[in-house]
Design a protein around this ligand. Structure first.
Ligand code: FAD
Length: 498
């Protein structure tokens, strides 16, 4: 159910000649004195969060989006964010940040019919085929479909003074100033055959997602491109929606079944509009089919039967659709020397995670906070130094931002890639840290089936609310060891890994 649009903030630009988007250097804004302008490429989750943060620090933020996301397209599935047809879980840390940037968002979503539940109280999780003990986690699962969440973020971002959207316009390259600075973006409307024009900017933010051409665009200007860290996972999702009736899934709002130790997993989650979104997932080429019979058979093969039982009796509302994800990739702008000034990347354009860990939106939100903090310290001055004014605040921002964003990105990247490296078939370096984690964390996971304290601790790490190091706290270690000893005493040896 699309949420109400609070403000429009949509510009139908004269991209073909003159008009606000075509202003040259100094780019006077709204007829006033020349102001600072940021241009954000991509109006999906990361781009909207970047724009929200920037709107507090520059005079004008223009969001360039290839898709039409206005009018009847608002709150609907769209080609530029095709992953939106699949289950999107918002981790608690992400929800907290969205709430900080847009106070009242959780309540607004609930008022629009989005279900919410306490994680592990109203939702079930399975790790390594065993159900995690129900426990109070203090974590809220807000179960909005991806288009509805994005529509709410877009409406609130465009309600900020100075924020504007150019829908149906593609970025096709960058514009240079001198040899180390990006000074704008080349854009072209999707409709018609108008040539590309330059939209001048003091700052360009690449939020074009995993298909980003940012590195190529930098190279075209003679600037260095970042190298990529990557892990090949060859994952595919197949998703289908079903009518949701009261009492299904024992009255719970969702179930998540992890792929490990096999290759197959899935999730079924309640959504607004009395629907279930059911996503089946297969790693390393073991992909779920999209024909209805094959889809049902794949669901029946999961390590827990909850999803298959649910879809047996439920009425499908559409056909299954597929999304293939081959590689997790982190573009290491933080290591680029010298980097380009005036150019940032955020969200999947910076780091695209294996979606099984549901981290992408939350890490984008953490990166947006890193951007906000860099902008704030430039505005107020650090260590008693006077703050900077206008465009001077943006000098050196890219280097500071990439360093700050590397912190949360790296923490989430380690959780996801260490876990993926449990599969022997996935190539990658398994240093001592990874080997220790992959020996220890499955033991914590195994113990969560019987220990609500461990269940709470683990889910808070998974939700990026607590750092992974909390799993090494003496109390957690002791409970994990105690569970392991109890298993050895109570299970016959040949069941130890069963
Ligand atoms: C199958 C799948 C499932 C996922 N599940 C989860 C989940 O459960 N939880 C979670 O947190 N994350 C999940 N993610 C990740 C999540 O979708 C992203 O991390 C999140 O949406 C942030 O993405 P983004 O805004 O950086 O990019 P995207 O959402 O990919 O958006 C990029 C935007 O840029 C626009 N664009 C692209 N090129 C241009 C151009 N040249 N000019 C103008 N506009 C352009 C596109 O139209 C689009 O609007 C999943 C991802 C996939 C693939």
């Amino acid at each position: 159910m699309p949420l109400r649009c609070r403000g429009t903030g949509v510009t139908q630009p004269d991209v073909n000649g003159g008009g606000p988007v075509n202003s040259g250097p100094g780019h006077a804004v709204n007829g006033g004195p020349a102001g600072t302008r940021a241009v954000v490429l991509g109006a999906s989750v990361a781009g909207l969060l970047a724009a929200r943060v920037l709107a507090d620090h520059v005079d004008e933020v223009i969001i360039v989006e290839g898709d039409d996301v206005t009018g009847s397209a608002h709150g609907r599935h769209r080609g530029g964010a095709a992953q939106g047809r699949h289950l999107h879980a918002l981790m608690e840390r992400g929800r907290q940040i969205l709430e900080e940037l847009f106070p009242g968002l959780t309540a607004e979503l609930a008022a629009g019919g989005v279900p919410a539940a306490e994680t592990l109280v109203g939702t079930r999780w399975y790790f390594d085929g065993a159900r995690v003990a129900p426990a109070s986690t203090g974590l809220t699962s807000v179960l909005a479909s991806r288009p509805v969440l994005e529509a709410a973020l877009r409406a609130r971002t465009l309600a900020r003074p100075g924020a504007r959207l150019l829908p149906g316009v593609r970025a096709v390259g960058l514009a240079p100033a001198g040899t180390t600075r990006v000074a704008g973006v080349r854009i072209r409307p999707l409709a018609g055959d108008a040539p590309a024009r330059v939209l001048a900017a003091d700052l360009v933010v690449d939020a074009t997602g995993r298909g980003t051409r940012g590195p190529e665009w930098l190279e075209e200007l003679g600037l260095a491109r970042p190298r990529a860290d990557s892990v090949d996972v060859d994952l595919a999702y197949a998703s289908r929606t079903y009518r949701r009736r009261p009492g299904e899934l024992g009255g719970d709002f969702g179930v998540i079944i992890s792929t490990l130790p096999g290759r197959r997993g899935g999730g079924a989650v309640a959504q607004e509009g009395d629907r279930w979104i059911v996503t089946l997932a297969g790693m390393l080429g073991d992909h779920p089919p999209v024909d209805p019979d094959g889809y049902d058979r794949f669901a029946a093969s999961l390590p827990a039967g909850d999803i298959h039982r649910l879809i047996q009796g439920a009425q499908p509302l559409d056909d299954p659709v597929r999304y293939r994800f081959r590689t997790s990739r982190w573009l290491r702008y933080d290591r680029l020397r010298p980097g380009a000034d005036g150019f940032l990347a955020i969200g999947d354009a910076l780091c695209a995670f294996n979606p099984l860990y549901a981290q992408g939106m939350t890490v984008a939100a953490q990166q947006a906070l890193a951007l906000r903090d860099c902008l704030q310290s430039a505005a107020t001055g650090v260590s008693g130094a006077a703050g900077l004014a206008g465009a001077a605040r943006l000098d050196g921002l890219a280097r500071r931002y990439f360093a700050a964003a590397a912190g949360p990105t790296s923490r989430a990247w380690s959780i996801a890639t260490d876990s993926d490296l449990r599969y022997r078939e996935i190539p990658g370096r398994r240093g001592l840290r990874t080997r220790v984690i992959n020996a220890y964390v499955p033991r914590v996971q195994a113990a969560t089936r019987a220990d609500p304290v461990l269940a709470r601790a683990l889910l808070r790490v998974v939700n990026l609310v607590e750092p992974s190091s909390t799993l090494l706290a003496p109390a957690v270690l002791a409970r994990t060891v105690r569970f392991g000893l109890r298993r050895i005493r109570t299970l016959p040896p040949n069941n130890e890994n069963g």
